[in-house]
Design a protein around this ligand. Structure first.
Ligand code: SF4
Ligand code: SF4
Length: 120
């Protein structure tokens, strides 16, 4: 009996599909209920800072004078509080492919430039 179980497990391991994906060589598909990543349509943002004050993990920093909005993705738990409190509806969760992170960098959005990264 035990031999059958072990034999099945061995055969499954040898000939079954791998349990892990070859990410990022093979891009992961999001599951239907996955929330994805927070993105900011920066041209709609008025840099009020409400999202930053409501974020439970302190992942968002906003500078109104510099017109800068930044998020530390390693701290974000995708709770969506920031999306719900944003009166300008500039925040959303997007389920598109994101490249793997090789360092602790923040994703920075500025009103007058492209999104950039900086060391956390
Ligand atoms: S709450 Fe919305 S409008 Fe205010 S800083 Fe955050 S993203 Fe911008
Ligand atoms: S989804 Fe939650 S944890 Fe992530 S930035 Fe928004 S409020 Fe913070």
């Amino acid at each position: 009996m035990a031999f059958n179980v072990i034999g099945k497990t061995i055969m499954k391991s040898l000939f079954g599909k791998p349990a892990t994906a070859m990410y990022p060589i093979i891009k992961n598909e999001f599951y239907p209920n996955t929330r994805g990543n927070i993105e900011n349509a920066i041209e709609q943002c008025n840099f009020c800072g409400l999202c930053s004050r409501r974020c439970p993990t302190g992942a968002i920093e906003v500078s109104k004078p510099k017109r800068k909005w930044e998020i530390d993705r390693t701290r974000c738990i995708v709770c969506n509080f920031c999306v719900h409190v944003c009166a300008k509806k500039s925040l959303s969760t997007q389920r598109h492919y994101t490249a793997p992170m090789t360092d602790k960098a923040k994703r920075i959005y500025t009103l007058y430039g492209e999104a950039e990264k900086k060391d956390a």
